[in-house]
Design a binder for this molecule. Structure first.
Ligand SMILES: Cc1ncc(COP(=O)(O)O)c(C=O)c1O
Length: 377
């Protein structure tokens, strides 16, 4: 079953739908984007409205390399970066460039549900590998490698969607070793890497991109605005050549060129990093509000671990609970959530529920949690 998602970010007034994994309107920085756009267009040269070179504008990639060096805390070279239209587009592109129809790809169980369709669009077979509180289970990965030769492993290593957890640094190292031994690619979706609220995350896979077995996908969707449709792929120069050779890039040149030139202004004038700092303060307070509300209403009914970053809480209920069956009742009380089964590549995880804290303020978070609690009586 393919899942759909609403993109206007405007649920019916009065509804508190924790299924929406998008920022609230007050966290979308219109003024920042207006200023960066004005700074770009005030000086724009005609050639900047052309296609743009295939890897992405040189100046943009240099600014991005500086931004990632500061954000990841490890030196990043612009030679490792390739502009993307955000992580959805990047997932589509890696499915074309690094896999062939009929290939197997490993995903985490659970995983970002909308990635499943992207992989299936390209005729890829999906095999799920379980995660726990320490991230992807290496022992399960080893077992799966005895019977499959995946084109790539798709992983969301930091502040996982939906589980909220991070794969530990030691497991990341083991996974890279396995990728080298078994010659598969790690496609690390690091869309939440820079959104941490309590402690720093483990080092990004991006910092291991010199290996020919890792590509790291990053996006401005969660740290600036989804509508910029802009992100990056970090990889070894050898893999970057393969990305540049794809038919789509050959025909169209740089992806979202003008958007990248505007975003460059926001990096260079410091406004993007100030905005991320403000997001972290806002989201930290929302995580705390949701954790408190859950402890008040769901203690003894569900188990969860407070996430240290990202957008999501992931609640596990008793096996007898099927969360998808409660969605209609939730709508009647003007509330909502994502049922666990959509995050499973095999239709499992029926007793789980994902709640996003990104779209509502603390007051609404408390109110929304109180509204859904009686559904579980
Ligand atoms: C894990 C993950 N990957 C990718 C995306 C989509 O990224 P983008 O907006 O950059 O296409 C999301 C957004 O929810 C996500 O959670």
């Amino acid at each position: 079953m393919s899942q759909t998602v609403a993109f206007d970010g405007a649920p019916p007034p009065g509804t508190i739908n924790f299924g929406i994994g998008q920022p609230s309107a007050d966290l979308l920085p219109v003024e920042l984007v207006r200023e960066a756009s004005a700074a770009f267009f005030d000086e724009a040269q005609p050639f900047e409205l052309n296609y743009g070179v295939v890897h992405g504008d040189k100046g943009f990639l240099q600014s991005l390399a500086g931004f990632l060096s500061r954000g990841y805390g490890s030196e990043t070279s612009s030679e490792e970066l390739f502009v993307s239209g955000g992580n959805s587009q990047a997932l589509d592109m890696v499915s074309v460039v690094f896999a062939d129809p009929g290939d197997t790809v490993f995903v985490e169980e659970p995983s970002y549900f909308l990635a499943f369709q992207i992989f299936r669009d390209h005729g890829l077979n999906i095999v799920g590998i379980p995660v726990d509180d320490n991230g992807l289970c290496v022992e399960s990965l080893k077992k799966a490698l005895q019977t499959h030769s995946p084109a790539f492993l798709y992983t969301i290593p930091s502040y996982h969607n939906p589980s909220g957890q991070c794969t530990t640094e030691s497991r990341r190292a083991e996974i890279v070793e396995l990728a080298q031994q078994h010659d598969f690619l790690i496609v690390a979706d690091e869309v939440y890497q820079l959104l941490y609220y309590f402690e720093n995350p483990p080092a990004a896979y991006g910092s291991m991109a010199a290996s020919d077995h890792v590509v790291s996908l990053g996006s401005f969707a969660k740290i600036l605005a989804p509508g910029m449709r802009l992100g990056w792929i970090q990889s070894s120069p050898r893999l970057r050549v393969r990305l540049a050779a794809s038919g789509f890039i050959n025909s169209g040149g740089s992806i979202n060129h003008i958007s990248s030139l505007i975003t460059r202004k926001a990096i260079d004038n410091g406004s993007l990093e100030s905005h991320i700092d403000a997001l972290k303060v806002a989201y930290r307070s929302r995580v705390e509000a949701m954790d408190e509300a859950l402890r008040e209403h769901f203690d003894g009914i569900a188990v969860w671990t407070r996430p240290n970053g990202g957008y999501f809480f992931w609640l596990r209920f008793d096996e007898s609970v099927e969360t998808a069956l409660l969605l209609d009742e939730a709508r009647k009380v003007e509330a909502g959530f994502q049922a666990g089964n959509v995050f499973s590549s095999t239709g499992g995880l029926r007793n789980f529920m994902r709640l996003s804290f990104a779209h509502y303020n603390e007051h609404d978070i408390r109110e929304g949690v109180a509204r859904i609690r009686p559904l579980f009586d």
